[in-house]
Design a binder for this molecule. Structure first.
Ligand code: SF4
Length: 427
C-alpha cells in the first residue's frame, strides 16, 4: 500500500487482487469562486474493474487513448482546466451544437460570468440575452437554474458523482459523466449521439439506437469499455472520433484507429449504420369544410382553443362520417352531394346553411391534403353559393367576413390559400 498526500486531499493507493485502486479522502477544504475545485464525493475513483462483462475489451480504450493523445483535439478553450464550472458550461453549450458555433458564446459567457456564483446571481433575462442565437433555449433556462442550485446546495462546487450531477437541471446522464470525467477524473461512461454512431459502426449494431432496449444495451457496452485510468483522454477520444473522423456522412475511415476492427468498414455499411429511425406510418384523417359564399363574403367559424388550429378562424367543418369515396366520384349533382353526407353531417350542414342564407347552388371542390407533423389531413370542401344572406344574431362562433380581409386574419394555412384563390377569382 502506498500513501500520497496532495494539498487538499489524501489519496491512498492500494491493490486489491491484481487491480490498483485509489481511495480518495477529502480534507473538505472550502473552495472559493472561480478556483479550480475538487469535490469530496469520489465513489467513482474506486470503480470496480469490468472484465466480467462480455462487452469488456481493454484494447478498445487503449487504442482510443493512444489515438487521442496523438491526433485528438487539445486546444479547445474549455480543455486543460480542472474547473468543473467551465467544463459544465461547455458541455451544455455543445449539446446539439457544433464546436465552432459554441466557442464565441463560451468565451462571452465566461467573460460576463467568470464563476458559477456570478451566473447564479444574474437575472435570467441577462442569461437568455447572452444565449440568444445559440438555439435550444431550454438549455439556457436550465443552465441558470442549475447554477443557482449548485450555489445553494453545493456551495458553488459541482459534485463529482455523476448521479448527483444527473439530478441537477439540464444535466443528462451522458453530460453528467463528461463533467465528472473532465473535472474530477471520475470514471463514468458517456453516450451521446456521436458515441452511439461510433459504437453502431465499430460493433455493427443492427438496430435503431433510439429504441429503449438498444440504448440500454449501448449503456452496458459503454460502461464495460471504460478504461481504469486516463478517463479524460478516453472520453475526449470518443468525442473527437465522432466529431472529426466517424462523422455522420463520409466518415474518414482511412485515418481511423478502429478501421481494423470496424464492422461497418469491413462490410461496406458505413452509410447504413447507425440504423435510422423507422418511419412510422403517418395517420390520415378526413374532414369536410363548408364554404358559404355570398357577394364577396364567406362564413368563418372561430375554432375552439384545443385541438389543431386552436383559436384560429376557419371554415365550418362537419364532424360525422361521410361516404367520401362516393362523393369524390360525383362532383356535379348538388342533390346527390347532400344526400351522400351522413345524417349527423346533414343536420349540421343544414343548420348552418339555413341560419345564414338561402342556397343558390352547391358544388364540391377538388379535395386537397394538408400535412401535419403526425398526420395528413385530407380536406373536402362543399362550396355553397348563397343567394340571400341572413345576419344571424346570437351567441355563436360563426360570422360573415369579407374576403378582402383574408390577408389580415389568423387562418389555418390551407384555408387561407383556398380563400385567397377564391378572392383572386372574384377580382
Ligand atoms: S472505420 Fe470508419 S466507420 Fe468505422 S469507426 Fe472508423 S471512421 Fe467510423
Amino acid at each position: 500500500m502506498r500513501v500520497g498526500v496532495c494539498a487538499d486531499d489524501l489519496i491512498v493507493h492500494v491493490r486489491i487482487g491484481h487491480f490498483p485502486c485509489f481511495i480518495f479522502i477529502s480534507m473538505n477544504k472550502p473552495v472559493s469562486a472561480g478556483q479550480s475545485n475538487k469535490h469530496p464525493q469520489t465513489k467513482q475513483m474506486r470503480r470496480k474493474p469490468n472484465e466480467d462483462s462480455h462487452y469488456a475489451d481493454p484494447e478498445f480504450s487503449a487504442e482510443l487513448i493512444a489515438w487521442q493523445k496523438q491526433h485528438g483535439r487539445h486546444r479547445l478553450p474549455w480543455q486543460n482546466t480542472g474547473d468543473a464550472y467551465r467544463v459544465w458550461l461547455s458541455e451544455i453549450m455543445l449539446q446539439q451544437t457544433q464546436v465552432t458555433a459554441v466557442i464565441p458564446y463560451y468565451l462571452r459567457f465566461l467573460e460576463k460570468f467568470p464563476s458559477v456564483q456570478d451566473l447564479a446571481a444574474a437575472p435570467v433575462e441577462e442569461v437568455m440575452a447572452l444565449w440568444a442565437g445559440l438555439g435550444y433555449y431550454t438549455r439556457a433556462r436550465n443552465l441558470h437554474q442549475c447554477a443557482k442550485q449548485v450555489v445553494a446546495q453545493y456551495q458553488g462546487i459541482f459534485p463529482s458523482d455523476p448521479s448527483l450531477l444527473n439530478a441537477l437541471p439540464g444535466i443528462g446522464r451522458s453530460t453528467a459523466a463528461a463533467v465528472a470525467a473532465f473535472s474530477y477524473g471520475t470514471i463514468a461512461a458517456i453516450l451521446d449521439g456521436n458515441v452511439k454512431r461510433v459504437f453502431a459502426r465499430v460493433f455493427g449494431i443492427d438496430a435503431y439506437p433510439g429504441i429503449k432496449s438498444v440504448e440500454d444495451d449501448l449503456w452496458l457496452r459503454a460502461e464495460a469499455l471504460l478504461p481504469q485510468t486516463e478517463i479524460a483522454a478516453y472520453t475526449q477520444g470518443l468525442m473527437d472520433l465522432g466529431a472529426t473522423l466517424c462523422t455522420r456522412s463520409k466518415p474518414d475511415c482511412a485515418r481511423c484507429p478502429f478501421q481494423h476492427r470496424c464492422v461497418a468498414f469491413a462490410e461496406g455499411r458505413t452509410a447504413e449504420l447507425p440504423v435510422r429511425k423507422p418511419k412510422s406510418k403517418q395517420k390520415e384523417k378526413q374532414t369536410i369544410m363548408l364554404l358559404l359564399e355570398h357577394d364577396g363574403a364567406v362564413l368563418l367559424e372561430q375554432r375552439s382553443m384545443t385541438g389543431i388550429w386552436g383559436g384560429l378562424l376557419s371554415l365550418p367543418e362537419l364532424d360525422g362520417m361521410t361516404e367520401l369515396e362516393v362523393m369524390s366520384s360525383d362532383k356535379s349533382d348538388s342533390n346527390r352531394i347532400f344526400e351522400q353526407i351522413s345524417a349527423t353531417d346533414q343536420t349540421r350542414a343544414t343548420d348552418i346553411v339555413n341560419r345564414f342564407g338561402d342556397i343558390q347552388s352547391l358544388n364540391r371542390l377538388a379535395p386537397f391534403t394538408h400535412t401535419f407533423t403526425h398526420f395528413k389531413l385530407h380536406i373536402h370542401v362543399i362550396h355553397f353559393i348563397i343567394s340571400r344572406r341572413f345576419e344571424f344574431v346570437g351567441e355563436d362562433n360563426l360570422r360573415w367576413t369579407d374576403l378582402e380581409q383574408v390577408e389580415q386574419l389568423a387562418l389555418p394555412a390551407p384555408v387561407k390559400i383556398l380563400l385567397q384563390t377564391l378572392s383572386s377569382r372574384l377580382i
